[in-house]
Design a protein around this ligand. Structure first.
Ligand code: NAP
Length: 267
């Protein structure tokens, strides 16, 4: 089995990464930076976002495993002291029987960005946000090619189901189980008064729907895909839909989504 490890860069994560390589070598796993079958992220959910974007061109061909060096995360279900057990599971050694992981697939967000300078396509694991740099942004939001509303405020967040527990949650969005192929649109501080009106509630769109966000005037915007910022001052529009691609996670033992939610936010 070919693997690669990405760590957060703090001392604990670096140490664990070295420990992983040592154990993996002993168990016959093969380090492969170019075409790994499994990518192990050691750090936090933020590290998984980095791992996802590092291998963005190979997403359909590999599966991710997360090791958390803090508390258990949404994308990381192994703890630091469980590394030997994880390597055993991955290699089918030790006390563990050879084990084919369950592959769990989560939906991704697809974006098509139309700028005066050209068109580009992207995918995101958590969300895309479009925010103003100089103050209030004015955006027209169309759903399935019909104008839905004019938005004025700080910005808009479009999240995946697995990203719904991140920024989207802070914006009052619903947590959505990742088995539901959907995207969620939530507002970032909309201006609402007698003159300007927006829906005010987060909207959940199914896979076969799409949403277009038009920039309604010359404005400096910040498009953020997960943790990556793209300053844009020539946006025409941005199409958002559920991607045909999905991210795969290799699960060597069950850790259901609602248990993750509970352990992250309640206990
Ligand atoms: P960061 O600002 O250093 O960390 C953001 C926090 O979000 C971290 O605690 C991270 O967990 C957590 N997180 C990431 N993905 C998550 C998920 N799917 N469910 C629940 N929590 C999650 O930034 P970063 O580490 O580069 O991560 C970028 C993410 O930060 C963005 O995708 C966005 O979702 C989130 N964000 C949130 C807010 C907000 O809530 N107001 C504002 C900006 C960005 P770990 O500690 O395990 O890494």
């Amino acid at each position: 089995m070919r693997y690669y490890v990405l760590d957060r860069g703090d001392q604990l994560s670096i140490d664990l990464s070295e420990q992983f390589h040592k154990l993996a070598k002993e168990r016959g796993l093969q380090l492969d930076a170019e075409s790994p079958e499994i990518v192990v992220s050691i750090g936090g959910d933020g590290t998984m976002l980095h791992a996802f974007h590092t291998f963005i061109d190979r997403i359909p061909e590999l599966a991710f495993v997360g090791v958390h060096t803090g508390h258990l995360g949404f994308y990381a279900d192994w703890q630091a002291d469980e590394l030997p057990a994880l390597v055993d599971y991955m290699s089918g050694n030790g006390d563990h029987h050879p084990h084919k992981p369950k592959i769990v697939k989560y939906p991704l967000l697809e974006l098509e960005i139309h700028r005066k300078s050209g068109t580009s396509s992207h995918i995101a694991l958590n969300e895309a946000t479009l925010k103003g740099v100089d103050g209030t942004v004015v955006l027209q939001i169309d759903i399935n090619d019909e104008t839905f509303e004019m938005f004025r405020g700080d910005g808009i967040c479009i999240s995946t189901p697995s990203g719904s527990t991140a920024y989207n949650k802070s914006l009052g969005g619903a947590m959505i189980h990742p088995s539901i192929e959907a995207l969620q649109i939530s507002e970032i501080a909309s201006i609402n008064n007698r003159v300007f009106r927006t829906m005010g509630s987060p909207l959940v769109l199914p896979k076969h729907h799409h949403c277009d966000i038009f920039s309604c005037r010359e404005q400096k915007l910040m498009l953020t895909l997960d943790h990556i910022n793209h300053p844009i001052d020539d946006l025409i529009s941005m199409r958002c839909q559920v991607s045909e691609k999905k991210i795969s996670f290799a699960r060597y033992r069950p850790f259901p989504f609602w248990s993750r939610v509970r352990s992250a936010f309640l206990v």
